[in-house]
Design a protein around this ligand. Sequence first.
Ligand SMILES: [Zn+2]
Length: 84
Amino acid sequence: MPRCPYCGSEINSIKYEEVIGGGIRVYELTLNKDENNIDYHLLRENVIITEKRYKCPICEKDLIDVISDLGDVIRFLRGNTNSK
Ligand SMILES: [Zn+2]
């Protein structure tokens, strides 16, 4: 299992954060089966992401030196941290 280069913990996931700078999500709202709550159905989304952060789930350090996109996440979680 890959290890966080900062805290040394074995990790099998990455904490992924998207900073949203604006945009819109459009939903259709309907009653749920029991008619006591609302179901949200996402119809359309046009969200402006201004920053993406890939973090260690244990120590929360930003892994920007190791991971800069989803391909890096796959390589890292497979354990191929040196093949960037
Ligand atoms: Zn860590």
